[in-house]
Design a protein around this ligand. Structure first.
Ligand code: TRP
Length: 448
């Protein structure tokens, strides 16, 4: 293996790093980053290059990207069930999309590294008590105590270990038989009853099963069906985690983040002169860039110049989170400018974070409100913009709840799945299994 022999690449230049925890124990931080600097890579350069090539196909309109997973991972959820549930939801969505679009679906889990979040309010208040906010398990604990909320660098090591455990399961499940297309039925088990999307899926699985049997009977080599190609990605937020896990590939001299295949640049750290952009500019992994409703074409051009000066196909993926009402206005100038700049980038709809609520507000379970759903509206608007411009609607990024995946709720996409946080505030909505599948079916219709 040529990839893991290089040491950590040179230290980052001094640029302002937004959203970094103020680790109180510098000594222990040094120990942990030293440890991470010698830890085995979680992913390899050649895998990252392969993903870049797949994303280049998406950018050319020859494939579709499905990127999804839990909004945030936690150390408590490295169990088989959570990962299993997320994975099978993604595989089912991928099958639905492959079938409709008749294009390969590039599958990237928002997994194995999603342990930190940028945090607008730095403190959380409960009654008279004020404590630092929970910033993800890689930084501090969720419990509302001063001890738990203190940033602890040892958590960076635990984030690495949890990622390694997750990735190990993901690799085993996607290559060890579970993701075999002849298992299309099995992925749905437990989900059919009461779910419209589940029933629709059953019918599709039936059809695919027959086609596979036919191909097999004709003597077609069906080995490609046995394993699923699957990548992982997360927001590259904590530079004290990403930097020491960066390795240079001795074969090419290029540096790679070895914490995941696809690294994401968050809206809050997207300053073109900031430390995050500086870091991502140095690595060769494909990079996903979040674009909110106020993203200006010139800002995007600035990011392209920093992150993709060579205009490498598949290097950049734009996650568009404009909101259902604004996507039609916000997106066209962005796409036009990026195309004019010569960047061969993927355009992906990220319909979970728009300015509008995900869906008609929390209808009591099972009752349809009849209002069009905002997430789907946003995806539809996104696809329409691309159709009008003659560009490719590359795919979708979804946040879905692996844990809640057993909830059958009639299959409609809505925001019933708002778990309460410890502090009683609702996090951003995530799709349940049935909602995610339903969205895949509706998106599939747009791709036909
Ligand atoms: N190997 C192909 C792929 O990874 C086909 C495939 C196998 C597949 N299992 C799958 C596609 C599960 C989607 C879901 O794309």
């Amino acid at each position: 293996m040529s990839d893991d022999t290089g040491g950590p690449a040179e230290p980052r230049p001094a640029r302002p790093a937004a959203q970094q925890p103020d680790w109180p124990d510098r000594e222990s931080l040094r120990a942990v980053t030293g440890w991470l600097g010698t830890a085995p890579p979680l992913v390899f350069a050649a895998e990252c290059d392969r993903l870049r090539a797949r994303l280049a196909a998406v950018a050319r309109g020859e494939a579709v990207l499905l990127h999804g997973g839990d909004r945030a991972e936690s150390f408590a959820q490295t169990g088989v069930e959570t990962i299993h549930a997320t994975l099978r939801t993604l595989l089912q969505m991928a099958v639905v999309l492959t079938h409709a679009a008749a294009l390969p679906v590039v599958k990237v889990g928002r997994m194995a590294g999603q342990y930190a979040e940028p945090c607008p309010p730095p403190v959380e208040r409960r009654g008279a008590v004020e404590l630092p906010a929970h910033r993800g398990d890689a930084v501090n604990g969720a419990e509302f105590t001063a001890g738990a909320r203190r940033p602890d660098p040892a958590r960076l090591r635990r984030a690495y270990e949890a990622s390694a455990m997750t990735l190990n399961l993901v690799r085993a499940l996607t290559t060890g038989g579970f993701a075999d297309l002849r298992q299309v039925h099995a992925w749905n088990s437990g989900f059919v009853a009461g779910s419209r999307a589940g029933e629709r899926y059953e019918a599709l699985a039936e059809e695919i099963g027959r086609s596979l049997a036919f191909m097999q009977a004709c003597g077609v080599d069906t080995r490609e069906l046995g394993t699923a190609e699957f990548f992982v990605g997360h927001e590259g937020l904590l530079l004290d985690y990403e930097e020491p896990l960066t390795r240079s590939d001795p074969a090419t001299g290029r540096s790679y983040a070895t914490s995941g295949h696809l690294l994401r640049l968050g809206e809050r750290t997207a300053d073109p002169d900031g430390a995050h952009v500086g870091y991502l500019a140095r690595i060769a992994n494909p990079v996903a860039v979040e674009l909110g409703p106020t993203a200006a074409p010139d800002t995007v051009l600035g990011l392209i110049d920093r992150l993709d000066p060579e205009r490498e196909p598949g290097r950049l993926t734009f996650l568009v989170r404009a909101g259902a009402e604004r996507v039609g206005d916000v997106l066209p100038p962005l796409v036009e400018k990026v195309t004019a700049e010569g960047a061969l980038a993927c355009w992906v709809s990220d319909p979970m974070r728009g300015t509008t609520p995900l869906a008609p507000n929390a209808a009591p379970s099972g009752r349809r409100t009849g209002r069009p759903d905002a997430a789907l509206e946003e995806v539809r608007g996104f696809v329409e913009v691309h159709r009008a411009l003659g560009t490719h609607p590359g795919g979708i990024h979804v946040e879905l709840s692996g844990a809640g995946a057993t909830a059958c709720d009639g299959g409609e996409v809505r925001a019933a799945d708002r778990d309460r946080r410890d502090d009683g505030t609702a996090p951003d909505p995530r799709l349940t299994h049935a909602q995610a599948l339903d969205l895949a079916f509706q998106l599939a219709e747009l791709y036909r």
